[in-house]
Design a protein around this ligand. Structure first.
Ligand SMILES: Nc1nc2c([nH]c(=O)n2[C@H]2C[C@H](O)[C@@H](COP(=O)(O)OP(=O)(O)OP(=O)(O)O)O2)c(=O)[nH]1
Ligand SMILES: [Mg+2]
Length: 130
């Protein structure tokens, strides 16, 4: 089974809001809301992938982040390991640079069912810690 390593950014502003984007209609986990991020390439660390993916997908230059959690999930035909980081420092203003819908959501108002199943434990933890 294919196994992806993925770097994911939980971008949180000073108001305790988190930046979400919506996955494209034809992608894996189509139309789910997600924390921006993407596949870690060969010869790249999770941290490097995080910085690159957030630049590509949201236009920001990440300046401060902290590791948050590591989640392994088996989808029916794909295994993913998600490397979650909380991002609290950046330059620029995040936006859906690839045309994805975007929104800011208060941490305690995150809804697990809007995300891919692999995110459920993380969303529960974020809400509990809000
Ligand atoms: N970015 C992101 N991916 C997630 C989350 N939850 C989750 O299960 N995934 C899955 C969906 C995908 O199978 C995989 C990462 O894919 P991706 O589509 O973001 O990868 P990418 O940005 O490198 O995409 P691409 O260049 O191949 O288009 O991880 C999440 O919160 N954020
Ligand atoms: Mg992506």
């Amino acid at each position: 089974m294919k196994h992806l390593q993925v770097a994911v950014g939980i971008i949180r502003n000073v108001h305790g809001e988190i930046f979400l984007t919506r996955r494209p209609p034809t992608s894996h986990m189509a139309n789910r809301w997600e924390f921006p991020g993407g596949k870690i390439e060969v010869n790249e660390t999770a941290q490097q992938a995080l910085v690159r993916e957030l630049q590509e997908e949201t236009g920001i230059v990440v300046t401060h982040f902290t590791p948050y959690d590591l989640v392994d999930h088996h989808y029916s035909d794909l295994r993913v390991t998600l490397h979650f980081f909380v991002v609290e420092g950046w330059q620029g203003e995040p936006y859906g640079r690839e045309g994805q819908p975007q929104r800011w959501v208060t941490q305690r108002e995150l809804v697990a069912d809007e995300f891919p199943p692999a995110n459920h434990s993380i969303v529960a933890r974020l809400v509990a810690e809000a």
